[in-house]
Design a binder for this molecule. Structure first.
Ligand code: GCU
Length: 654
């Protein structure tokens, strides 16, 4: 917990500043909101650890210099070097200075020894953003935070913006320390109350923006496409209608009057019941460009989500394939989106499952600005009751190039994720889920970073001076936790098998006869979805070579995605040498054993972890184990009953 005792310090406990705070530092920059933040951070650290913030020209040489060399707010990079006993961070923009300071904090004592040749650091992606699916008014089904597993909203309580924004400031600080520079403060499903944030309630958004600004975090807003009708009483929301365009231009002008550095809009249109341009026979480019035009004079951006599919599908209809939808809708529009419109694409073609291929839409729209969307909140990966560190999954996705051999190397212009933070004292419900938030930020800064090294950073910051047994224990618990989760849940990329609605816990046929387009097609002979071009839905053909060929055949398709792409008999032999049915049994037993082992490791760390934190994780492990056993037994029993094939190792299946 922090000194105030209200909430956990996460990856910025006071002790993380020991090396910086024990030294003489100098800030060479004119005052301004971000420079003041840098100065304040140093002053606090020095007060605690005995260092001093000195003035230019003081008798004693500073050991750390942070110098602003320009006035470029768009430049987030910084340079670091160490010569003659002085570590120097230079940046041409104040954000860079702040990121440089946090970099020095990460380096700790290493930043102050020996010589260091000049190295430059710059984020690979300009937009590093978190979407909060937070409702202002508690939603009767989804609650305060849709898919939130960390208590209430950080921003909203009792039907309005929180009056006390200390926690929001602390959040901005944590985000800056891992490189995140943008936040959307409300749910993409914009309900009635939340629609008003755009107009008569913009002052509440402005207050949040004020709290985040000192940490270089810009505020964005989710808006409803129907706003001109809902808020402006126009008879239409047609994006080509002059009055509608005028309404958006005026509404946006007023937003910028309140929030001069407002980031822009996030829009979920024609998706799961949200209004959109289809109602007027217009395209999604028409819709996005209308908003882009309204934002353009002020430098704002519209993030237009590509999560568009038919959620009223007839399960009897085998031709419609939800996985195809984003690509089918958006590739014909490539080149039509405005320069300040960003197409926001979920990393997989379905919906944040534990295993999906990378969406073929990424890489298929070279003339469209693109942001990849991840989900830090663990909707389908244990809902922050299970430990599931997603770093390896994201890293794999970010390194993949769906455009194959012709790849120009660009994956995206931005990385966005659904946040997992709430007003829980530990921020994320499961204290170890903080690692997911930190890892997201660092991968957005550098998608090529080694996720395990990022996890190492998180461990070192969160537990300054941790002894080796704790570091090793945390790695043991977290490193393989995604793979463990995958083992005891839906097998081989087939996805879902969750309880409908809340999506927690197993229900193998929970979505099998539903309108949502998420099926596994298990029968007595086999399981999986045929998405080949030859005999299936043709989804595999949406990829460029070599992936279209790799995925087309069960012989070349990677094991972990086999059931995503193919319907195969239970006796089909995987590259691993095991049959599909034996793989299902084995991994489900293994997954539970791995949870038991992680729980045992965690119990052994009790003397090294703060008691409240240790207890919270220990309690979650009990639930994870209960749930993992439930998954194992339901999945194994289901497939034993369907297939009639016994477990080759004769273990108990019900
Ligand atoms: C998932 C999730 C919804 C969310 C949607 C989205 O389907 O279950 O709660 O609204 O994704 O990304 O818009």
């Amino acid at each position: 917990m922090t000194d105030s005792g209200d909430f956990d310090a996460a990856w910025l406990p006071p002790a993380a500043f020991r090396a910086v705070g024990g030294r003489r530092s100098l800030v060479r920059a004119a005052a301004g909101p971000l420079v003041d933040t840098v100065y304040g951070e140093l002053a606090d650290a020095c007060e605690r650890f005995g260092g001093r913030v000195v003035r230019d020209g003081a008798a004693e040489e500073p050991e750390l210099v942070l110098e602003l060399t320009g006035d470029d707010p768009g430049d987030e990079g910084f340079a670091l070097e160490r010569r003659d006993g002085t570590t120097t961070v230079t940046a041409s923009g104040a954000r860079g200075l702040l990121y440089g300071l946090f970099h020095v904090v990460r380096l700790g004592e290493d930043a102050f020894h020996g010589e260091r040749a000049r190295e430059t650091h710059r984020p690979a992606l300009a937009t590093r953003m978190l979407d909060h699916w937070d409702n202002v008014a508690v939603h009767p089904v989804m609650g305060q935070v849709e898919r939130g597993y960390a208590g209430g909203s950080l921003f909203w309580a009792d039907g309005r913006a929180r009056g006390d924004l200390d926690r929001v400031r602390a959040y901005g600080r944590l985000l800056a320390a891992c490189g995140i520079n943008a936040v959307a403060v409300n749910n993409v499903n914009v309900h009635e109350t939340e629609a008003h944030l755009l107009t008569d309630r913009i002052g509440e958004v402005a207050a949040i923006a004020d709290a985040l600004r000192p940490y270089g975090v810009r505020t964005h807003l989710s808006v409803t496409f129907a706003a001109p009708m809902v808020l402006g009483s126009l008879p239409t929301a047609d994006p080509l209608d002059g009055a509608v365009r005028g309404w958006w231009a005026e509404a946006t002008r007023r937003v910028y009057e309140e929030i001069g550095d407002f980031g822009g809009y996030v829009v979920k249109a024609d998706s799961e019941g949200q209004p959109g341009p289809f109602a007027y026979g217009r395209s999604h480019a028409d819709g996005a460009n209308m908003l882009a035009a309204a934002l353009e004079p002020y430098g704002g951006t519209v993030h237009w989500r590509a999560f568009v599919y038919d959620h009223h599908q007839d399960w009897r209809d085998r031709r419609t394939d939800r996985a195809r939808a984003a690509y089918d809708h958006f590739t014909p529009l490539d080149g039509e989106f405005a320069a300040n419109a960003v197409l926001q694409v979920k990393h997989g073609p379905m919906d944040f499952q534990v295993r999906e291929p990378v969406s073929p839409l990424i890489g298929a729209v070279p003339d469209t600005r693109l942001a990849v969307e991840l989900q830090v909140t663990q909707e389908y990966t244990g809902q922050q009751r299970h430990v599931c560190w997603l770093g390896p999954m994201w890293s794999e996705a970010l390194r993949f190039r769906p455009d194959g051999e012709v790849s120009t190397g660009r994956l995206a212009d931005g990385l966005v994720a659904v946040s997992n933070a709430g007003d829980d004292p530990f921020w994320t419900g499961h204290p170890l889920a903080q690692a997911n938030l930190y890892t997201f930020g660092r991968l957005a800064w550098d998608p090529a970073a080694d996720p395990r090294a990022v996890l190492g950073e998180w461990i070192a910051l969160t537990h300054p001076g941790a002894e080796e047994r704790l570091v090793a224990g945390l790695h043991a618990v977290l490193d393989g936790s995604w793979s463990t989760y995958e083992k005891y849940t839906a097998p081989l990329g087939v996805g879902f098998m969750v309880q409908p609605g809340h999506h927690y816990g197993p229900s193998v046929d929970g979505y099998e006869y539903s309108p949502w387009g998420t099926y596994h097609f298990a029968d007595r002979d086999g399981v999986g979805v045929d998405r080949s071009t030859a005999t299936g839905t043709g989804y595999a053909g949406q990829y460029a070579k070599p992936w279209s060929e790799v995925y087309e055949s069960p012989e070349t398709c990677p094991d972990e995605l086999l059931l995503f792409f193919h319907h195969v008999p239970y006796g089909h032999v995987l590259h691993s040498g095991r049959t599909v049915i034996q793989h299902i049994y084995d991994t489900h037993f293994e997954g539970v054993e791995e949870v038991e082992e992680a729980r045992r490791v965690w119990a052994g760390l009790a003397d090294l972890v703060e008691p409240a934190r240790h207890a919270r994780v220990a309690e979650r492990f009990e639930e994870q184990l209960r749930s993992a056993r439930e998954w194992r037994d339901q999945v194994n029993s289901y497939f034993l009953r369907k297939s009639g094939v016994p477990d080759g190792r004769g273990r108990t299946i019900y």
